[in-house]
Design a protein around this ligand. Structure first.
Ligand code: SAM
Ligand code: SF4
Length: 309
């Protein structure tokens, strides 16, 4: 359905947990014992969202694979909502173990967050000595034959920005897209302005990129001769794409968050057993989705691991 600005809202991101097994400084705290919905509850929500026009669903977190029942969640959500695409975003640490069950459960696409290929830098950025495990997860995901595998990287000036070329080369060596996401002002952002690398600056470092069409509004894609996948730039700060936004977010405890840059959430849990009221509540939240974020003056946004990136 359309919101009051005429935007078609058809993409739901479900954060299945706030918990995480990494501790990326730009994302936020890694511990939380907040309420988490069951697979059946996520499925009931997903069905109502599908009725309101959602056709694409992404499971995210926190770290979604930390949940023992993640394949069950995926299967239940797929069966209830019958989305055209069911995707998942993960840090990849548990992917080697869980990729086969996710494929079996009907997950179509996997995004793996990977900010550096240097083991020591990886340990500093995530708090875990886990680069090798993530790379094994990536290879397992590719071997499973998901429709699409992508790598997402956030570059921080003075931390991992020297790794951009090496990360981009993953799209040469593997059949996957590598996308660079601008740092957003969430989490611990004390030195935010110092760390942010605008996409334009990054683009200038890659002289051989040719623009190619993308399939979603958020990323601008580029081809490189000899590469198997594409390079993508996602620029929520320097090229705000709120006018084309198609997303809403369901948090792990049943709160609906219509916009990443908005503090307000709406508790949908009281309507869980009343499908018509749930549908109405979702439609009302979609209609009233705010025009966009104001990252340029943002302060006090919730950490990403609560809202699912
Ligand atoms: N744990 C999973 C992962 O890391 O992929 C899923 C959740 S994580 C919050 C989703 C995405 O949000 C990751 O790609 C992460 O890099 C990104 N993210 C977290 N904090 C961010 C920030 N401040 N700016 C830009 N991206 C951020
Ligand atoms: Fe965890 Fe993902 Fe946030 Fe890193 S970006 S702390 S892996 S939720």
């Amino acid at each position: 359905m359309r919101d009051r600005f005429g935007r078609e809202i058809n993409y739901l991101r479900i954060s299945v947990t706030r918990r995480c097994n990494f501790h990326c400084a730009y994302c936020g705290a890694a511990k939380s014992d907040a309420r988490e919905l069951t697979p059946e509850q996520f499925a009931a929500f997903a069905a109502a969202f599908a009725r309101a026009g959602i056709t694409k669903i992404r499971l995210t977190g926190g770290e979604p694979l930390i949940r023992d029942d993640i394949a069950e969640i995926a299967e239940a959500v797929r069966a209830a909502a019958l989305p055209e695409t069911l995707a998942i975003t993960t840090n990849g640490f548990l992917l080697k173990e869980k990729a086969p069950a996710l494929k079996q459960a009907g997950v179509d696409a996997v995004n793996i967050s990977l900010d550096t290929l240097d083991p020591e830098c990886f340990r500093r950025m995530t708090g875990r000595d886990a680069l090798a495990a993530v790379l094994e997860g990536l290879e397992t995901a590719l071997a499973q034959g998901f429709k699409r595998v992508k790598v997402n990287a956030v570059l921080l000036r003075g931390v991992n920005d020297g790794d951009a070329e090496r990360l981009a080369a993953l799209a040469r060596d593997y059949p996957l897209d590598v996308r660079f996401i601008e740092l957003m002002p969430t989490g611990d952002g004390d030195d935010y302005q110092k760390r942010l690398i605008p996409s334009g600056e990054l683009l200038a470092r890659f002289p051989h990129l040719s623009p190619v069409p993308g399939e979603d509004g958020a990323a601008e894609y580029y081809a490189v001769e000899g590469y198997r996948g594409r390079i993508g730039l996602i620029s929520p700060v320097s090229k705000k794409f709120c006018n084309d936004c198609s997303r809403i977010r369901l948090l792990a405890d049943g709160q609906l968050k219509p916009c990443l840059g908005q503090k307000e959430t709406y508790d949908l849990l009281p309507y869980l057993n009343e499908p018509d009221r749930l549908y109405e509540a979702i439609c009302q939240c979609i209609r009233n989705k705010p025009a966009g974020h104001h990252f340029e003056k943002a302060q006090g946004l919730a950490p990403m691991n609560q809202i699912g990136g």
